[in-house]
Design a protein around this ligand. Structure first.
Ligand code: TXA
Ligand code: MG
Length: 329
C-alpha cells in the first residue's frame, strides 16, 4: 500500500527491484530511493520531488568495494576520507563509469557516492544487486525529513514503502567533498566537519567556500534557497529582531537561550545544554514544527561557526535566503 511504514527490509528490497520508490532511513536524513541503474525509476524520483533535472542525485552503496564498481578511479585524498568516514555522513564526487546514467549526475562526469551509516539501510543495500539513487525525501527546496512521519506527510503517496529506521541520529545532510584543480574542496557543509577532514588531509583541503547566500551555487543542488520552511525565517540577533517585529505572531528558534517577549507565540531551543551535535539533530524537526504553527514569522540565530555548527549555520542561511529574496523583490 502506498506510503505504508514498516521495518521490513525484504519488502523494501522487493519494491525497489520492481522499480518503485522506497523511503530509506540514513543517519543524516531520510532518502527517497530508487534503483540507480534504472532510468525509469530514477525519473520517478525527480517527478515525486518536483526536482529539476539539473540537480544530480547521490548514489548510495553498501561499501567502498561496491563504490569502485561505478567509478573510474579513486583520487588518493578522497580514498583516505572514504576509508576514515564510510559508512558515514560523507559524500564524495568521483569520476563515473558509463554504467551510471547522466540522468543521475545531471550530465556531469562525476557521480556523488556515499555509504550511509544506518543498520537497516546497510542491510537493504547489501541485499540488492544495484545501488540506490536517493535525494532527501522532501519536496524540492523544502526542509529535509528526519522521521518516517515527515516523509509520509509530504511524499507518502509517491512511496511504495517507507522503511522505518526511527529518527535520524545526525539530523543534517552529509558533507559533500570533491576535487577541483587538484585541491580537495567542500561543496556542502555537513555532518563531517571541515576540522575532521583537515586532520586527515591537512593542506590538501582548499579554503572554505563562502557563505551560500552570497555566492553562486557551486553544485547544482546547493541553491541558496534550499532547506526552507514556507513561513518567512529571519536570521540575526533575536533580541533585536523581537523589537523590530513586535506585534507579529513570532516563533523563535534559538540555540540554547529561552527568550521572553509578549510577541513570542512559540519557541524551540535546539539544545538547552548547548550541544551543537544535539542542535543539528533537532534542527529540521524544529523547522517543520514551527512551520505548522499559526505564526507570521520565524526568528532564528546562528550558532558558533565550528564543527557541525558550520552546517547548521549553512542550513539556517539557506532557509533565510528565501525571505531575503522576497524582501528584495
Ligand atoms: O545526507 C545526505 O546526503 C542525504 C541522504 C539521503 O544521503 N541526501 C541528500 O541528497 O542530501 P540531496 O539530493 O538532497 O542533496 C544532494 C546534493 C545536491 O545538492 C546535489 O546537487 C549534490 O548533492 N550532488 C549530487 N550529485 C552530484 C554531482 N554529480 N556533482 C555535484 N553535486 C552533486
Ligand atoms: Mg535535499
Amino acid at each position: 500500500m502506498k506510503g505504508s511504514v514498516g521495518t521490513n527490509v525484504e519488502i523494501a528490497a522487493e519494491e525497489l527491484r520492481k522499480g518503485r520508490l522506497v523511503a530509506i532511513p540514513t543517519e543524516t536524513v531520510y532518502g527517497l530511493a530508487a534503483n540507480a541503474l534504472d532510468e525509469r525509476a530514477v525519473l520517478s524520483i525527480f517527478k515525486a520531488k518536483e526536482r529539476p533535472f539539473s540537480d544530480p542525485l547521490i548514489v548510495h552503496v553498501p561499501s567502498l568495494v561496491e563504490a569502485s564498481k561505478y567509478i573510474l578511479s579513486f583520487p588518493r585524498q578522497l580514498e583516505i576520507l572514504a576509508r576514515a568516514f564510510w559508512p558515514g555522513p560523507l559524500t564524495l564526487l568521483l569520476p563515473k563509469k558509463e554504467c551510471v546514467s547522466g540522468l543521475v549526475t545531471a550530465s556531469s562526469n562525476l557521480v556523488a557516492i556515499r555509504v550511509p551509516n544506518h543498520p537497516l539501510t546497510l542491510q537493504l543495500l547489501q541485499s540488492l544487486d544495484f545501488p540506490l539513487a536517493a535525494p532527501s525525501a522532501n519536496p524540492f527546496g523544502y526542509v529535509s525529513p528526519t522521521t518516517p512521519e515527515h516523509v509520509q506527510a509530504q511524499l507518502g503517496s509517491f512511496t511504495s514503502y517507507i522503511l522505518d529506521g526511527g529518527p535520524c541520529s545526525v539530523g543534517i545532510e552529509s558533507t559533500i567533498v570533491g576535487i577541483i584543480d587538484g585541491k580537495v574542496r567542500i561543496f556542502r557543509q555537513g555532518a563531517i566537519s571541515e576540522e575532521r577532514i583537515r586532520e586527515l588531509i591537512g593542506n590538501d583541503l582548499d579554503c572554505l567556500p563562502q557563505a551560500p547566500a552570497r555566492r553562486a551555487p557551486v553544485v547544482p543542488g546547493s541553491l541558496k534557497t534550499h532547506y526552507a520552511p514556507s513561513k518567512p525565517l529571519i536570521l540575526g540577533n533575536i533580541e533585536e529582531l523581537l523589537n523590530r517585529y513586535k506585534g507579529r505572531k513570532i516563533a523563535v528558534l534559538s540555540f540554547c537561550h529561552l527568550y521572553r517577549h509578549p510577541s513570542i507565540c512559540c519557541q524551540i531551543q535546539l539544545s538547552p545544554k548547548q550541544s551543537l551535535v544535539e542542535a543539528a539533530k533537532n534542527l529540521f524537526a524544529a523547522l517543520r514544527f514551527l512551520d505548522t504553527q499559526g505564526i507570521d514569522i520565524i526568528l532564528a540565530e546562528e550558532v558558533e561557526d565550528v564543527g557541525i555548527g558550520r552546517a547548521i549555520n549553512d542550513r539556517l542561511k539557506r532557509a533565510a535566503a528565501l525571505t531575503d529574496i522576497a524582501a528584495s523583490a
